[in-house]
Design a protein. Structure first.
Ligand SMILES: *[C@@H]1O[C@H](CO)[C@@H](O)[C@H](O)[C@H]1NC(C)=O
Ligand SMILES: *[C@@H]1O[C@H](CO)[C@@H](O)[C@H](O)[C@H]1NC(C)=O
Length: 385
């Protein structure tokens, strides 16, 4: 009896505090047991290498000490995401040797688009593993992993449990190659913009398929400022009038931003259509552009120059990539990396360094650039409060 008044007073003091803090306290961490990723080279952890040949050294040199199928000196944003939700790095689905899919799989491959390719990879086209194919691969993975795991033993150990699929995080980073391949095939800015609705219809179809397979938590990156990348800047003889104060090609970044605003609407629509699922739209464009724009402030230099490349204003040559060999005046020259990749943003003219990927991850992990503004670890929730 004596303790009762005290209990009451504590209750009444805490009650208003709990209500005030509810937006923050209300969301529990999701404890995602698995991660499934869909995308292009921005998040490829070995798919393209498994299918079409290894990414050469010096890829991987900073973190892995050897090439591991990533187009970077080290880890990608998707690696920091895996680590950020407490999981091991996820293996490429296409890798048939030494893989462990117990905590997810990565369906991304370099050169992938959302729409199906209209030209073959080896004729200068994009990857055959477009997003629809990646979603069919996921379908295969889901079904076969469950029948295979039933065999027990090592199979059970290497594959996700059935209940991981609805509780997993599904991440997307794709669309850049749909837009750049439009430009590279000769379309004008307006013509590329006119393809955006069809690209996003195909995106919706793929996400719907994964939803119907049981996916409930979706983390969707928008596309980056590819008008700041050497492979775009170098190819499209950029006229002074078309670059911004940073030196990025304005028409390309304009198209990226058009795509992103429509992607955001598409994600809004998905959120309306599927009330049981959580969709988080993540503005990686802003993070990447801030980094390039204010490189020095954040401890980086030469934001528009490739670390690993050869020649020209951007240290990039379309004929020879990072790790390749070019013959100059009768002498073979190996294309190697710059002295200090940790102070550089661009790795090979197309992709970002590990240091840049980590920096971008740090900007997006707490939800500051997301709609709704939900942190990564809480991305199974539909609303921020
Ligand atoms: C697969 O990876 C998980 C997570 O790291 C680990 O617990 C498990 O032992 C691995 N399985 C095998 C067969 O190596
Ligand atoms: C190649 O040779 C030409 C003519 O001798 C010379 O002008 C040029 O600088 C050389 N290029 C390189 C990269 O050494």
């Amino acid at each position: 009896m004596e303790s009762q008044p005290r209990v009451f007073s504590v209750f009444f003091i805490l009650l208003p505090v709990l209500f005030t803090l509810k937006p923050v306290l209300g969301l529990t961490e999701c404890h995602f047991p698995a991660l499934f990723n869909f995308g292009d080279s921005n998040s490829d952890t070995g798919g393209y290498s498994a299918a079409f040949g290894m990414a050469p050294p010096p890829d991987g040199e900073t973190f892995f000490g050897a090439p591991v199928g990533r187009y970077s000196d080290g880890r990608l944003i998707v690696d920091f995401i895996a680590k950020g939700i407490g999981l091991p790095y996820i293996d490429a689905y296409l890798n048939s040797v030494g893989t462990n899919f117990s905590h997810g799989a990565n369906f991304a491959t370099a050169a992938s688009t959302i729409r199906e390719p209209v030209s073959a990879l080896f004729q200068g086209g994009v990857s055959p593993f477009s997003l629809d194919v990646q979603s069919w691969q996921f379908d295969q993975f889901l079904n076969r992993s469950q029948t295979t795991a039933k065999q027990g033993g090592v199979f059970k150990d290497l594959l996700p449990k059935e209940d991981y699929f609805p509780r997993a995080l599904y991440t997307f980073d794709i669309g850049q190659n749909d837009l750049t391949s439009g430009f590279f095939s000769g379309l004008t800015e307006d013509e590329v913009i006119a393809t955006i609705p069809d690209i996003l219809n195909k995106f919706t179809t793929a996400v719907q398929n994964i939803y119907w397979e049981g996916g409930r938590s979706f983390w969707i990156h928008n596309t980056g400022p590819f008008g700041c990348l050497p492979y775009v800047l170098d190819r499209l003889l950029v006229k002074a009038a078309q670059v911004d104060s940073v030196g990025c090609a304005t028409p390309f970044n304009d198209v990226a931003q058009q795509f992103n605003s429509k992607l955001k609407e598409t994600v809004d629509q998905l959120r309306k259509d599927f009330p049981l699922a959580a969709f988080t739209y993540v503005d990686v464009y802003s993070a990447k552009y801030s980094l390039i724009h204010q490189a020095r402030k954040y401890g980086f230099e030469h934001p528009l120059r490739a670390c690993c490349g050869y020649g020209g204003a951007y240290n990039y040559n379309q004929q020879v990539g990072c790790g390749g060999t070019i013959v100059v005046n009768g002498t073979d020259i190996l294309v190697t990396s710059c002295k200090n990749p940790s102070t550089r943003i661009n790795w090979d003219g197309v992709h970002y360094t590990e240091a840049a990927n980590k920096w971008v991850f740090d900007q997006i992990v707490n939800g500051a650039l997301s709609d709704p503004p939900i942190p990564l670890k809480k991305a199974c929730h539909r609303e921020a409060h």
